[in-house]
Design a binder for this molecule. Sequence first.
Ligand code: NDP
Length: 246
Amino acid sequence: MEKLKNKIALVTGGSRGIGAAIVKKLASEGAHVSFTYAKSPEKAALLSDTLQEAGKQVNAIHADSADPQAVTKAVQQVISSFGRIDILVNNAGIYIGRPFEEHTLEDYEQIMNVNVRALYVASLEVVKNMPNGGRIINIGSNMAENALSAQTTLYTMSKSALTGFTRGLARDLGQRKITVNVVQPGPIDTDMNPANTELADFLRSRMALSDYGTGDDIAGLVAFLASDEGKYITGTSLTIDGGLNA
Ligand code: NDP
């Protein structure tokens, strides 16, 4: 049985990696899924075309998460097409890693605009029309709880902001039975964190399961939270990292 039949979902940053896996999973559970992308129009088109050909309801919207107006417009576009958004997945994210002394103000603005401000802007616009029982799922990182190595300060700071945002918003929206959670992946094999590097070997050596995860591992948890089965889970951080933080 499809767990998300006729639900309207928006996934930010769905053209590649974890976001693309979430788009596929929500669509396979019967949701109508819109997703945003910025720099990968071909991948976005291939994903939406492939899923549409398979009978799924999926569409791609160009919206750079660094631009708050573009994010607001993307939300409004989905609401004007479908009347509401039941499930918002704030997934788009970037990583900037270098020695702290080499960081610039631009690095700070870039990472905070995409990883934090965009999520705030999207949530703000979505909740205006979100029905009771809606879902907001933020994609954070296990690094919010364990920085793991040097050169991760900005990224770790940005992902830690999501845990506070999630706890506060869960209380703001609880009376409407809207749940808000942060899913915190560990190493997942994507363009952002390929499984065939020296860093990957180091991370594997620290993990209970000694293996990278896949986008599908994250998508499964997101679909569970979005479904009726997840209705009593709110305001919390769910780490899914193969035991890296154990
Ligand atoms: P990828 O770099 O592989 O993919 C990033 C996705 O986000 C792409 O679809 C990209 O779209 C989109 N994106 C990036 N910047 C923007 C932007 N400015 N506007 C709109 N979309 C954007 O990353 P992952 O799939 O690995 O990561 C997805 C999320 O998971 C991120 O929030 C990341 O921080 C988090 N995460 C990832 C982990 C990992 O090990 N992979 C571990 C922990 C957390 P486009 O190419 O079209 O711009």
